[in-house]
Design a protein around this ligand. Structure first.
Ligand code: PMP
Length: 359
């Protein structure tokens, strides 16, 4: 830290992203990326004349991309906001809708960035414990008088709320924003986006990073009442108006045109998830039922950190959070069938070793 850093950022604990290894080749199951590449339309779009046009700024209003998204989700373009990854939208939402006396609440075990944004803007936050089985109790969020942020499915558990439960939260907090982070919704959960026609306080956030295989392109979008979208636009135009670059916008449009390809990949991932969960359960793991592209698992036969390290030594990266209540767990992204077969094979060896060591 230099002596120039503003006092208010000195204690800020930045978010730690999952590792992106640059040297050794790992089976990478640590950051919930898709194991499948973008479709042919996306590859064509970023190889085309769009690259030659990089000398020009991108459309700051992202009109073509918004129209495509609006068509796909049965919205009007004014109900859609696009940004540089969904983290960017979360950032803007915390900046725009909390603070100045408005607190924010979110589940105690959830996406770690929520707390970082709250700290960044000096917003008081309330972290709500999950139930024993790691599910969210919707009643904890009813009539709260605070901004509410919930990932659905939740991360890193993969557990979901039903749309009617979300509606109860949205309808009982009419004077505050309820942000539903649907980063993983396409892998088997139900989106609550339709509710934006009914509630002006609902902000639904999604991303192209997971189900549409474009984590590296950085493209997120929000669906909400037009007035909320214009608030986000205001923040964007006050920070970085061109925050969706030309190549990413072209890739996003192409991805929507070949949406069936991605939805088929999501079905494949859900089937692989099911198979992997069953095999791990058979080996004695507790596997939390997940509707996301990852599973959260633990075994009494091996310490969570140890399982993480031993997988890593054998070339498989997963995510371990050294945090109270979840340090015995690992979050494993669902890869291809082949990758998961390797994970299962290596896990069997590791558990065998751990059992021998105990004897
Ligand atoms: N929300 C949740 C729950 C996530 O897990 C992630 C991925 N780290 C994000 C948002 C951000 O995704 P992106 O910025 O790539 O759209």
């Amino acid at each position: 830290m230099s002596r120039f850093l503003n006092e208010r950022y000195r204690k800020l604990q930045a978010y730690t992203p999952g590792e992106q290894p640059q040297g050794r080749k790992y089976i990478k199951l640590n950051t919930n990326e898709s194991p499948y590449p973008p479709g042919p339309g996306v590859l064509a779009a970023v190889n085309s004349s769009e690259a030659a046009d990089l000398r020009l700024y991108s459309d700051p209003e992202s009109r073509a991309l918004k129209e495509k998204l609006a068509g796909l989700y049965g919205m009007k373009p004014e109900n859609i906001y696009v940004s540089n990854g969904s983290d960017d939208i979360l950032n803007f939402a915390f900046m725009a809708f909390a603070g100045d006396g408005t607190k924010v609440m979110f589940p105690e075990i959830s996406y770690g960035f929520y707390e970082v944004f709250a700290d960044l803007y000096g917003i008081d936050c309330e972290k709500v414990p999950l139930r024993e089985d790691f599910s969210i109790d919707p009643d904890d969020y009813v009539c709260q008088n605070k901004m509410i942020v919930i990932a659905n499915p939740n991360a890193p558990t993969g557990k979901t709320l039903e749309v009617c439960e979300i509606e109860k939260i949205v309808s009982t907090n009419p004077d505050h924003i309820v942000l539903i982070d649907e980063a993983y919704v396409d892998f088997g959960a139900e989106s609550c986006a339709e509710l934006v026609h009914k509630y002006e306080n609902l902000l639904v956030v999604q991303t192209f990073s997971k189900s549409r295989s474009m984590a590296g392109a950085r493209l997120g979008f929000a669906i909400a009442d037009a007035a909320l979208i214009s608030d986000l636009e205001k923040i964007k135009f006050s920070t970085n108006p061109y925050n969706v670059n030309r190549l990413t916008a072209a890739a996003g449009i192409a991805a929507i045109e070949e949406n069936d390809y991605y939805m088929e990949n999501c079905r494949k991932i859900a089937a692989t998830r099911q198979r992997t969960a069953e095999a791990l359960t058979e080996m004695g793991f507790d596997v939390i039922p997940s509707r996301a592209n990852f599973i959260f698992v633990r075994s009494e036969k091996i310490d969570g950190g140890e399982y993480y390290r031993r997988l890593r030594e054998r070339g498989i990266l997963v995510r371990h959070f050294d945090r109270e209540k979840i340090s015995q767990y690992n979050r494993i992204t669902i890869g291809t069938d082949q990758e998961m077969d390797q994970l299962l094979k290596v896990t069997k060896e590791i558990i065998g070793e751990a059992e021998n060591e105990k004897e």
